[in-house]
Every structure is written in structure tokens, then in C-alpha cells.
Design a protein around this ligand. Structure first.
Ligand SMILES: [Zn+2]
Length: 504
């Protein structure tokens, strides 16, 4: 099965490497001979939130659950959880901007969160997204004022998360509150961050009609850059310390649902830090092929096909890929479930005729894939270990079943959620399968897979068995097809803005 997706999305699989690259880049910026030293702020962001992160352990970033309450517009509960934190983290990871999160429900603001041991700024800018909540620790917000006015850090504050007087004072505005409005967002005044943005702003599809508009009175020296009717929704201000500060209004759950706002937000990070490091993409799409090496096509009637032979791979994959200087990413399955032996074993060792009478030559297939990898047109990704249930014995039982009975049930051909018995797969079993898949793929192809894609997207979703969380622990960097970033620092599910990112 071959699917195609936008390149921008695919390249996110290398986020960790890119982030590292950018951190190193700071150290290679040197002044031109004879000119004054370049005094750059660190290319790193401090994200400060209230109690929006629903994982107390600070690892899994997922979309908030439905609150189950009524807005009053409809007869059914439809109020969703607030998504500002999730959306913000997705954007920062998408743009490869290094950041740390400070959560004020667990932490106390401290100067040395922002300064190193020698009193130098550790961040170029602060993103302020602190909601009003009784669950916050007691805080000294004047530390933020000090960082902006005395140490030159930038500040970007979001939506209505500016109830703190100190934050309003730095932004140069007096906050009133928010009420619904469907008036258009439009550009006002000329500035680096709103230059050539199409106005009025276009909203993404599927966004609800009832959005909040923020209202604030601007103090002298605060420049409105985006208006919604008579009210500023983006403002900018500069300080003698060199600090730049920006406020984004709009609805806290939907402020990034406009391409114009996303672009302005990315530029605001550049403007408040003073420069940008970014990655550009040369190609438009990525191609991914799933399933080579798996056993499902031997047993599952509606997914039955012969494994590709060496000559087919050479003629119809390698040759056109070489001709077009393209790469095909392949989600391989390194283990094969052998019905006769009632066990899993490493793939690629057998040639046989399956129960449907189809020749399956895994030995020939492997030779073809090896050639493509050697010529640089295939990239090795991980599609789990077997693409099948770990337990094939318990009722209703897969082993020994005829092809037109239990074996024809697709639920058996998922590995990380028990889709046959409507249950989850325990965490330890998942982790063993992921780590073994990495080991076996590395042994089989000589490269380490960075992306993980659960077979048929079958996954476990409870906190402790969460498949994405376990894949991050196993060492993967991206969860295909759609789930998001995996890392040692965090795991993000419910990825957004796949084809809507505009880095500049
Ligand atoms: Zn698959």
C-alpha cells in the first residue's frame, strides 16, 4: 500500500536531529573581521503555562478530553477542552524551535529558570500561556518584568492568558475580557511580523463559528498590528533594553486556526529573539509504502497479495525512483508469524506457496529491498514487529483456523491494540515488540529505523498503555501515519497543521 503526503509533514520525523543542528548553529555564528561582536540572544524559548498540561508527569501532550458540558447552543454536550497548550507545542516542534516548558501548577517562577550560573540569559524569548486557575503555585510575576526590562528577553503572550497585572504592564495594555465576535481579522500598520499577510485572514476549515474576541485598551507606545473590528488582536511594543514584546488575542483554542496568525506567530518568535534559524524543504511530497515483510497478506483474504519479487522491485520501484531522484520510505515488518511452527520468526528467510495458492518469495523480495537501500532510494521505517496480535492462541484463537474463518477477521492483524478482543495490549509487551523490531530491522538492513507506525494504526490509548508514549520510550522519533512527535523529552499525539505550516 503506497500513500503520499506533504513533505513538510514527513520531515518532522527528523525533528530531534534538526533541533540539535540548530542548537549547534549558535556556536558557529562569528563576527565579520573588523566588526563589532555579534551579540545574539540564545535561540531557545521558555514556554510558561498554567495547569493546561494534563499529564502530571510532564511527558504526554495530547488533545484535551471532551469536557462533557453544555454550551447551550445544542441539546448535547459539546464543550471541548482548551487546546492552546497542545497547539502551541505542535507548532514549536513543527518549526524545530528548541524550547523548555515551565508549568506554574507545579513550579515556582525563579530568576535562574531564565539565567545561567553566570547570570546570562538562557532564552531569546518567553512565550506566556498562563491560564487563570486556582491550581497554580504562588508566583512572583515581577521576575518576568525583570527578565524583559533588564536582561533583554523577548515576550510573546497568548490570548486571554494575561490576567496577571505584571504581564499586561509589559505588553502595554489593559485587559478587559473576551466576548464572541465573527468580525474578520485584518492587518493594521506596517511591521516586520505582519508584512504581506493576506487580509482579511482566512480561517481553516472545520472550525466552529462561535469564537471569542479579546478586548484590551492599548497604552501609548503599543502598536496594533491585527484588528478585529475596533479591537486589536495582535500588538507589538519595544523597550530600551532591546526587548520586543507581542500579544496575540483571538480565541485561546482557535487562535492558530488562521494561516495568517500562524505566520505572524512564527515571525513574532523571530522578532522577539532577533533572528531565525529555519529549515527549508526542497521537495513537495513524501511517499511511504507499508507492510513488506509481514504475514497478513498470506492469511487475510481481503489483504491477500504476493510479496514483491526482486525483479519487480528493481523495475517498478528502484528504476523510477533513481530516474526522478526520489526516495520511498518503507514501513517494514521484521518478523513473520509462521502458522506451521506456531511461532514468530525473522522475516525474509522463506519461499513458499500460501494457503490461497500464491507464491510468496520473501528471499527474492529481500534482495530487491537491499539493492534499493544500497542505492539510496529506500528509507527503512518500522511497522512494528509482526503486524499481528501478540496473543494468537487465546479464544477465539487464530492458530489452526481456516483462512475463511478466524483468519479472515482483520482484528488479528493489529499489534498494539487488541482489536479482535476489544482490549489494550499491556505496556511491557508493546515495548518488547518495539525494541525487538528496532534490533531486527537494524540487523536485517544495516540501518536504524527512526519512525514507528503501528500496523493498521491499532493502538492502546490509556495513559499507562499509550502506544505513542511507549514508542517514544523505545527510542523512535516520529509516529506515523498521523499521531506525531516522539522523543525522550515528550510525546505528542493528535498532531495538527500537517499541510498548513508556513515557516516564514
Ligand atoms: Zn500495515
Amino acid at each position: 500500500m503506497i500513500k503520499m503526503m506533504k513533505k513538510r509533514n514527513s520531515l518532522l520525523s527528523k525533528l530531534s536531529c534538526l533541533t540539535l543542528l540548530m542548537v549547534f548553529c549558535q556556536f558557529y555564528i562569528v563576527p565579520v573581521k573588523g566588526e563589532a561582536p555579534v551579540n545574539l540572544k540564545p535561540f531557545r524559548v521558555a514556554v510558561i503555562i498554567g495547569d493546561q498540561w494534563n499529564d502530571p508527569a510532564g511527558y504526554l501532550v495530547d488533545l484535551p478530553k471532551h469536557e462533557g458540558s453544555y454550551s447551550g447552543y445544542d441539546a448535547t454536550p459539546e464543550v471541548n477542552g482548551e487546546t492552546d497548550f497542545h497547539d502551541l507545542i505542535v507548532l514549536l516542534k513543527s518549526w524545530c524551535i528548541p524550547f523548555d516548558i515551565i508549568r506554574l501548577d507545579q513550579q515556582l517562577l525563579d530568576r535562574y529558570m531564565f539565567l545561567d550560573i553566570n547570570g546570562r540569559a538562557k532564552y531569546g524569548t518567553i512565550i506566556w500561556d498562563v491560564n487563570k486557575s486556582e491550581h497554580l503555585q504562588p508566583q512572583d510575576y515581577s521576575i518576568i518584568t525583570e527578565m524583559v526590562k533588564n536582561y533583554g528577553l523577548g515576550l510573546i503572550a497568548l490570548s486571554d492568558r494575561i490576567s496577571q497585572q505584571e504581564i499586561q504592564d509589559i505588553l502595554g495594555l489593559k485587559y478587559r475580557g473576551s466576548w464572541e465576535s465573527n468580525a474578520s481579522l485584518e492587518i493594521k500598520n506596517s511591521h516586520f511580523i505582519n508584512d504581506k499577510i493576506s487580509s482579511p485572514f482566512v480561517i481553516d476549515t472545520g472550525i466552529p463559528a462561535h469564537l471569542q474576541r479579546q478586548q484590551a485598551d492599548l497604552l501609548e507606545g503599543t502598536l496594533p498590528l491585527v484588528m478585529q473590528g475596533p479591537y486589536a488582536q495582535v500588538t507589538a511594543r519595544e523597550y530600551p533594553s532591546g526587548s520586543h514584546v507581542v500579544w496575540f488575542g483571538s480565541d485561546h483554542s482557535y487562535m492558530f486556526s488562521f494561516q495568517g496568525m500562524r505566520t505572524i506567530f512564527r515571525r513574532a518568535i523571530t522578532w522577539t529573539i532577533g533572528y531565525a534559524l529555519f529549515r527549508t524543504w526542497e521537495n513537495d511530497i513524501i511517499m511511504i509504502m507499508d507492510d513488506p515483510g509481514g504475514a497478513a497478506n498470506n492469511y487475510l483474504e481481503h489483504w491477500h497479495y504476493p510479496e514483491l519479487r526482486e525483479e519487480t522491485i528493481e523495475k517498478f520501484l528502484i528504476a523510477p525512483l533513481l530516474k526522478h531522484k526520489a526516495v520511498l520510505n518503507i514501513n517494514f515488518v521484521p518478523a513473520f508469524v509462521n502458522e506451521g511452527k506456531r511461532m514468530l520468526e525473522p522475516t525474509w528467510k522463506n519461499s513458499f506457496t500460501d494457503g490461497f495458492g500464491t507464491q510468496q518469495d520473501y528471499i527474492s523480495s529481500k534482495k530487491g529491498y537491499d539493492k534499493g537501500i544500497k542505492q539510496g532510494v529506500f528509507e527503512v521505517l518500522c511497522h512494528g514487529l509482526t503486524h499481528m496480535q501478540p496473543d494468537l492462541v487465546s479464544k477465539p484463537g487464530w492458530y489452526g483456523s481456516p483462512n475463511d474463518m478466524e483468519k479472515s477477521e482483520v482484528g488479528w492483524y493489529r499489534e498494539f491494540g487488541d482489536t479482535r478482543r476489544k482490549d489494550e495490549i499491556p505496556a511491557a509487551e508493546q515495548l518488547w515488540r518495539m525494541k525487538t523490531a528496532i534490533e531486527w530491522l537494524t540487523e536485517q538492513f544495516g540501518v536504524v529505523p527512526l519512525e514507528f507506525c503501528p500496523g493498521g494504526l491499532g493502538s492502546s490509548v490509556s495513559y499507562f498503555n499509550n502506544t505513542a508514549k511507549i514508542a517514544g520510550k523505545a527510542g523512535f522519533g516520529w509516529n506515523g501515519w498521523e499521531s506525531g512527535y516522539l522523543g525522550k523529552d515528550m510525546v505528542i499525539t493528535g498532531w495538527k497543521f500537517l499541510e498548513l505550516l508556513n515557516p516564514l
